[in-house]
Ligand binder design. Structure first.
Ligand SMILES: *Cc1c(COP(=O)(O)O)cnc(C)c1O
Length: 375
């Protein structure tokens, strides 16, 4: 037998826990018509304009993609009011997270993240052989003073998901600027805005305001990176496309690190078309807001405690073991996300669905709570 040795920092990695696929659930329980509200996907499906553009592009699949994402970059730069040299696309924003860590963090250096947060940051830090410094949320919000206190001479990166996944909480502009003033110059601050579209513009942080070519007081001139994705509001999670906006010089280093064809043809074409699909975008945002309000009311009437959220998902305190409730709901064909791995044993996280899905969820929740004796 061939002997191999796994690098020690890889040996201890745990696989990412994906939401259970619908097909697998239906096979296991012998049911059909089940619903999945576990992965914060867009309940209204992909942008129809993106689907149409992709259909037309299928005949060109024998071609390598445009490695520079030229047309998409130009359109997005105009939309965001930035230079296209300040944007880099990835195979999902997940890839940009990895590129940032590879480019900025040497083995043994440190990255600060919150807990709970999006699981990929800490995982990719570990893959890189770097050190995770983990700062717990405080009352479900980013604890910015504790993050500042955790910075050392070895800190290279700080990841903040605004809004936070799984809590759905945000930070204000004043809080962020007070924090940024105290961040040492050599530390890069990453704002992961995967859910930014769902945030009320009145309380939304303008993350692009800290690019180096913007007017700012000297203390705010730090390196701030914004991550965004087509996976949520644009409904293209299966295509895998996201991007980072940052100083052109830093983007240049990420371009050196990335694979030459990291974003496929169809993803570029789909994203380009989705940017012009105002109707799908509005339907998603309006439907999410309405569904969120309805679900919060219904869930509270069942005696559970829904937590306010600035995203398309929210946590629910179910007054009992969340994992058991998750399993009970599975048998009724409703997939939610248990939260014990995130440190919330009595919570589930659900994504807002379309109206029929939301009704089905509430009915399954009510029945499961009764069966388990939670109410
Ligand atoms: C869903 C999500 C992403 C998106 O990742 P993609 O690779 O772009 O699909 C990024 N960050 C957070 C916090 C998320 O929840």
């Amino acid at each position: 037998m061939v002997k191999f040795r796994i690098a020690p920092h890889i040996e201890s990695l745990v696989p990412y826990p994906p939401g259970k696929p619908l097909e697998e659930l239906e096979r296991e329980y012998g049911i059909t018509g089940s619903i999945k509200l576990a992965s914060n996907e867009n309940a209204w499906g992909p942008s129809p304009k993106a689907v149409a553009a992709i259909r037309e592009a299928l005949v060109n699949l024998h071609r390598y993609p445009d490695g520079s994402c030229h047309y998409l970059g130009a359109k997005l730069a105009e939309r965001l009011g930035v230079q296209s040299s300040q944007i880099i696309f990835g195979n999902g924003s997940n890839e940009i997270i990895g590129l940032l860590i590879t480019a900025l963090v040497a083995p043994g250096e440190e990255v600060i993240t919150c807990q709970p947060t999006f699981l990929m940051y800490q995982k990719l830090v570990q893959v890189q052989g770097a050190c995770n410094r983990i700062v717990p949320l405080k009352d479900m919000h980013h604890d910015l003073p504790a993050i500042l206190a955790a910075i050392t001479g070895k800190t290279r990166l700080i990841f903040l998901d605004i809004p936070n996944n799984p809590c759905g909480t945000i930070i204000t502009k004043a809080e962020f600027e007070n924090f940024l003033r105290q961040v040492p110059e050599q530390v890069v601050v990453v704002l992961d805005e995967a859910y930014v579209d769902f945030v009320d513009p009145k309380v939304r942080l303008d993350a692009l305001a800290y690019l180096p070519d913007r007017e700012n007081e000297p203390a705010l001139r730090k390196t701030v990176v914004t991550l965004r994705t087509f996976s949520k509001a644009y409904g293209l999670a299966g295509l895998r496309i996201g991007y980072g906006v940052m100083a052109a010089k830093l983007a240049g280093y990420l371009h050196r690190v990335r694979q030459p064809f990291n974003v496929n043809n169809l993803a570029q074409i789909g994203a380009l078309a989705a940017l012009d699909d105002e109707e799908h975008y509005r339907r998603t945002l309006d439907g999410t807001a309405a569904g969120m309000a309805w679900l919060a009311k219904e869930v509270a009437e069942l005696g559970c405690r829904p937590l306010p959220s600035h995203t398309n998902f929210f946590l629910i305190d179910v007054l009992g073991n969340g994992k058991k409730l998750y399993e009970q709901m599975l048998s009724k064909g409703v997939i939610v996300r248990p939260m014990q791995a995130y440190g919330f044993p009595n919570h589930i996280r659900i994504t807002v669905g379309q109206e029929a899905e939301n009704h089905r969820f509430v009915a399954a929740l009510a029945a499961s709570m009764q069966e388990l004796g939670y109410v």
